[in-house]
Design a protein around this ligand. Structure first.
Ligand SMILES: [Zn+2]
Length: 360
């Protein structure tokens, strides 16, 4: 069978209208006052590429493409795409439609040699009466049908060094929100940013909050995944507030640990006054060193993990995380979850430790 569409299915609609905390009684959306939106990461690498919009007065769903600054294109009707809204929302996004509206080089990536076998979709509903979002569907990694099977993990940049092995420095499930050579702040560095999401795919509730304590990852303990000596520990710097970054406050709290295996590990953006180790101290693997924070050049609470080698010039080296469950969806029932004894992190995947042997 020739694949001709991306299928996507949202299990509940309109769904939770009482999500979050609000004083007023929520009004459920009606068929003449809602819009339904899918933020779609079709191609990977730069976050969401497009939005599919279906509003109650429209006959056809439309697609808008977004550039890297999230500037929208004109709405383009998806003529062959079909949507069914009953107890579930089911959408069949035709490749033909996408091929017509995407720039040529992007359309080629959908089905070409290096196509990813999955697409990430975030859904939400807008109630026009109340002028607010009323429903957030789960983050869904939808199947993309491709002619030949491709590896789930995309290829990594060329690496002269073999990766250093270490466990995760945090407990619970985290998203690699930016991977090595990421387009935001990891250009040309082997570093990984971890955030925690809820089942709706948001880092904070309410979304994009300016309050650090609204973030699910904020204040989670950070452990040293290795034994070693603390080369540097700093903890007095103030945190940024939520998504607001004050670049003048660019010095982060961090713990920098020398491993006997020939690399140094940097755990960065820790919460002010949370750092619980001192420069020069020896730490054992599993020792708590601080809490996830938002200090330094940081756009929201997260943990930046980087391993370094050499003194001058010193350079980042790739990492492999050991004993991890790796998946594409938040929560427990991810059909894509894999238990791996070793995994080189990729952006967009969820990860957690699965075998604990006294270490986090
Ligand atoms: Zn980072």
């Amino acid at each position: 069978m020739t694949p001709d569409a991306i299928w996507w299915r949202q299990p509940s609609f309109p769904g939770r209208t009482t999500f979050g905390c609000c004083c007023a009684r929520p009004v459920p959306p009606t068929t003449d006052s809602w819009g339904f939106y899918l933020e779609v990461d079709l191609l990977g690498g730069n976050g969401d590429d497009c939005r599919i919009e279906f509003e109650s007065l429209q006959k056809l769903p439309v697609l808008r493409l977004y550039d890297s600054d999230w500037r929208p294109s004109k709405p383009i009707p998806l003529r062959r795409t079909r949507m069914a809204i009953r107890q579930v929302v089911e959408m069949r996004i035709a490749y033909e439609d996408l091929a017509t509206v995407l720039p040529k080089e992007k359309a080629a990536l959908l089905r070409g040699e290096n196509a990813r076998p999955w697409v990430r979709i975030r859904a939400w509903t807008w109630n026009a009466q109340r002028e607010r979002r009323v429903d957030f569907g789960p983050t869904v990694a939808s199947f993309r049908i491709v002619e030949t099977p491709y590896a789930l993990d995309p290829a990594l940049p060329d690496r002269p060094d073999s990766p250093v092995q270490l466990g995760l420095p945090v407990r619970g499930q985290w998203l690699v929100v930016q991977g090595a050579f990421g387009s935001f702040s990891h250009q040309n560095v082997w570093a990984y940013d971890l955030v925690q999401l809820d089942a709706t795919g948001h880092q904070s509730w309410p979304p994009e909050s300016r309050q650090n304590d609204a973030y699910h990852g904020w204040g989670q303990p950070v452990y040293s995944p290795i034994e070693g000596r603390v080369l540097m520990a700093r903890g007095q710097m103030a945190d940024q507030s939520g998504k607001q970054t004050d670049r003048r406050q660019a010095v982060p709290n961090q713990v920098y640990i020398a491993s006997p295996n020939g690399f140094n590990l940097d755990l960065v953006h820790l919460q002010q006054d949370s750092v619980s180790v001192r420069t020069g101290e020896r730490v054992s693997a599993g020792r708590q060193v601080g809490l996830v924070g938002n200090s330094g050049s940081s756009a929201g609470p997260h943990l930046h993990v980087a391993a370094w080698q050499g003194r001058f010039p010193r350079k980042t080296v790739p990492q492999a995380w050991t004993n991890v469950r790796v998946g594409l969806n938040p929560g427990r029932n991810d059909p894509w979850a894999r238990d791996l004894s070793e995994w080189e992190p990729r952006e967009g995947f969820f990860v957690e430790t699965v075998q604990t042997t006294g270490q986090p």
